[in-house]
Design a protein around this ligand. Sequence first.
Ligand code: GLA
Length: 386
Amino acid sequence: MTPAVSTTHLAEQFQTAFGRLPDGVWQAPGRVNLIGEHTDYNEGFVLPFAIDKTARVAVGVRPGSAVRLLSTYGDQGLTTADTASLDRRAAKGWTKYPLGVIWSLQQRGIDVPGLDLLLDSDVPLGAGLSSSHAIECAVISALNDITGAGLSPEEMVLATQRAENDFVGAPTGIMDQSASLRGSKGHAVFLDCRDQSVQLVPFEAENAGLVMLVIDTKVSHSHADGGYASRRASCELGAEVLGVRALRDVGPDDLEEASGLLDEVTFRRVRHIVTENDRVLQTVELLGRQGPAAIGGLLDASHASMRDDFEISCAELDLAVETSRANGAIGARMTGGGFGGAAIALTPVTAEQQVRAAVEQAFARAGYTAPDIFTVTPAAGAMRLA
Ligand code: GLA
């Protein structure tokens, strides 16, 4: 994907494409999840942060009900849809994200005018860094301003979740859009997914002599495929058998009893969620008391739990994690929904080059596609740029 262009350049490209300047330019970031995987739809805890890679949309209102969509990566050419008759089955590629947001706003009774929209993004696609939510959050920020709908961040989170669930067809939770809309520079977003309350937790790895490496394995995944949905179904089954509203209501001390009530696979799925919620709470506590250098063991334990209990890792992710750890990272785990995508490795600055080289070599030796390795820092959430 092309790197994000400047705001002025994007406005100029909009003018070239649509014959006039946009009414505004909005941006929203992708995210990395520090810890708390698949806990969001179990009404549990997550600790993601918005990253310094963003989707940007230049948007202009136009007469009538047509929506014209174009991206700077030019993969699909100009797509035209009609806000009066949006069809989820007809929406192709990235256009299902803006169209899903428009549809979702309409479901809330918000009138969306005709629009021209130009998208640019440097959030790697399919890397597990929420490129789709970055687009949705940029679009909903734009439409919230343009329509004067006055939605709160919490309402925008639910509206984008509805777009994902019911228009895109991915049964995902609320973590990604919460990070993208509510992120803050230098902070991770500690989110209670039951009531959407947020606590911003300082996370500045560089102050502890660390960098956060992202290793994009290039194994692409889709949460509209069956794996994500089947994990969600196991969690719902577990909650039902245990007689709780959501697995959030099961604590580590309840696991022994749960093991007698659940089948073996469901028990392992439940154990991942229960221990992962606990790891999020421990991470927040340790970050507050001791800072980023103290959380390595929790990242490792989270990965093991996803690999062995939740079974959402893959060979490439495991290799990225193991090689990072063996070469100096203090903790590493896959991040995001799993079945591909990226791993994160919290790494001393002094070991960064060694980890990068070792992972590249290990992937080459295994015959895997070369990974893309880069650093991220916690960045601001969605905003209007112009
Ligand atoms: C995807 C989903 C999120 C969350 C994660 C797993 O990123 O969009 O809602 O469930 O997977 O933690």
